[in-house]
Design a protein around this ligand. Sequence first.
Ligand code: GLY
Length: 530
Amino acid sequence: MVVSAHPLASAVGAEILRRGGNAVDAAVAVQFALAVVYPDAGNIGGGGFLILRLKDGTTHALDYREKAPAAAHRDMYLNGQGEVIEDLSYKGHLAAGVPGTVDGMVQVHEKYGRLPWSELVQPAVVLAATGFPLTKKEAKKLNDQRQDFVQYNTQSPEFFFQDHWREGDTLRLTDLARTLERIRDQGRAGFYEGRTADLLSAEMKRGRGIITKADLAAYRSVWRTPVTGQVGPLRVISMPPPSSGGIALIQLLTISEKYPLNAWGWNTVPSSHLMIEAERRVYADRAEHFGDADFYEVPVKGLLDTAYIRSRMRGYSPTKATSSQKVSSGTPPLPEGPHTTHYSIVDAQGNAISVTTTLNSSFGNKVVVGGAGFLLNNEMDDFSIKPGFPNSYGLVGGEANAIAPAKRMLSSMSPTILEKNGQLFMVVGAMGGSTIITTVYQIIQNVTKHGHTMQGAISAGRFHHQWKPNWVLSEWGALGFGTGLGLWLKGHKIAPAIHGIGRAAGILVLPDGRLEGGADPRGDDAAAGF
Ligand code: GLY
């Protein structure tokens, strides 16, 4: 089974599985297909993380997150007065980190793939070359972004050939098809060297960006050890730094385990109050302690220490919201003193892969590499560009996540696999910037504490708190009038999440061994399987 953000990408993945490919083969094919049919977040110009659990129970984490270019420096988005220059880390050429996706796909395929590489890239080549029908949501998004595309591009990308896109229009991406052909035929070299590298470097020169051919040649993704935590009967396997997601998720689930959430019920006043208060404390830790562990000593063991996690709830009152001003990060024990899309796949042998990949915001930095047809990320905005200055998600940070050459920016992406009693139980993850962690947290609680199906858990309304700003974002219907009023009386400020919170893709292994896919109704997401 494959669950992804686009029905065509899910169909590509399912077809690879039908042909005898394993979960890794399907993941590679889905990643490239999403770069065509879901250009707002599917990508080859961005990066991501993946968690792999093989049928023998071994687990692996691959970090193909973008890196700061060699010429990046800590104050690169500040003016002479030390003030942040609006949008510079968010839109246009300077916002891009060195892309990691193609190297990541090559590495995971070399180690664990079964089918030939070219067979996995070919479906994306065909989709780009022959075109595909736009969904209503995708047509609207392309129209909404038109002004930014015009402003930030140095050459007209194919998105401009039509003034107004409509549902059912065919989008043909011929430059992207040729780039994908080079990747299909030359693997890593088809992106990081030769013609694609020439085109990217020329684009940077035209737009005064700083990514060089040397940055591209030097990029390597990294195999890391997944973070794991035992929470009741569940073993949580998720992404370590430079993601904050895995650790934060384990912290949230560990805190919740001490409270009778199932007896309190789904999104009632006591259960949502407890979850909000846990989120407030966990995100305060995120702001202080998390960054790229290759550059900054993230106290991973301390942050995952059960006694430490429980101690963070000191000061918690069941009757009153805590002020975020009064909550600061904790001091975890030494020694160790740090617009996205997710897809989940399980193959017939029981191999499972959980992949979250991103350009950061929708359509990344809005720049299509001239002649190469792919969008670049705006991941530099995930660094703390000035201590305490909120990024586009309102997240703050400091030294741990300061910019440095070749450093990876902190992420919230949380590709996760759960085991129950030693067996594969759930493959899950989400898009949504800072809300990724709380989205995955709620979905797991919905299934394990409230008896939801996989689909029900993903469809259910969500809320989110991230310490700062001090409010609870809530989707319509997530909290209901009674719960909203109850939380308000405790002192919580509630704001509507007009655009929804997160989009998730999950697969649940049912007791009889069948797989249940959960595709998010907030998008065009689809499950495909056999
Ligand atoms: N770009 C969103 C994240 O990595 O958290």
